[in-house]
Design a protein around this ligand. Structure first.
Ligand SMILES: [Ca+2]
Ligand SMILES: [Ca+2]
Length: 136
C-alpha cells in the first residue's frame, strides 16, 4: 500500500504515523475477531438449523390446525377461536391487533409465512406461559 512519495529521502519517518494508525486498525479488527461479533452469531444460528427445521414442521402442523376450513389461510375468526382454545391470555382486541400486524399483504388472511410472524410475536409477548399462578 502507499504511493511512491519521497523515494530518495527518508520516507520511513513520514510513514511512521500512518503505520501506527494502520496497526491500530489491524489491532482493532483482531480484537473484534476475538470478540466474534456478528459473523459468529450468524454461524451459530445456522448451526441450529436442524432444530429449526424440526420446529418449522411443528409450526406447519399448528398452522393446519388453526386453518379449520383448510383453505390455506387463517382468517380472523379462526385465529380468535384457536387462541382461545389454547387458553392464551389475549383479549379479542389483542388477537385482532395481532392479526392485523401479521397480515402483511392485508388480504385478511394469514398464510403460513405470516403465521410464522405471528408465532414470533406471540412468543415475544407472552410473559409467563407455564406458571400462571406463580406470581402473587
Ligand atoms: Ca381458513
Ligand atoms: Ca395475508
Amino acid at each position: 500500500m502507499g504511493g511512491a512519495v519521497g523515494k530518495a529521502g527518508s520516507p520511513k519517518k513520514a510513514w511512521i504515523p500512518e503505520k501506527k494508525i494502520e496497526a491500530k486498525v489491524v489491532e482493532a479488527m483482531r480484537r473484534r475477531e476475538t470478540h466474534g461479533s456478528s459473523i459468529k452469531s450468524f454461524n451459530s444460528i445456522i448451526l441450529k438449523f436442524p432444530k429449526i427445521d424440526e420446529s418449522f414442521r411443528k409450526c406447519k402442523a399448528t398452522f393446519e390446525q388453526f386453518d379449520e376450513d383448510s383453505n390455506g389461510s387463517i382468517d380472523k375468526e379462526e385465529l380468535r377461536k384457536c387462541l382461545h382454545k389454547l387458553e392464551t391470555a389475549f383479549t379479542d382486541e389483542e388477537i385482532y391487533g395481532l392479526f392485523e400486524t401479521c397480515d402483511i399483504n392485508e388480504d385478511m388472511g394469514m398464510k403460513f409465512n405470516e403465521f410464522i410472524v405471528l408465532l414470533c410475536l406471540v412468543y415475544l409477548l407472552k410473559d409467563d406461559p407455564a406458571t400462571p399462578q406463580a406470581v402473587s
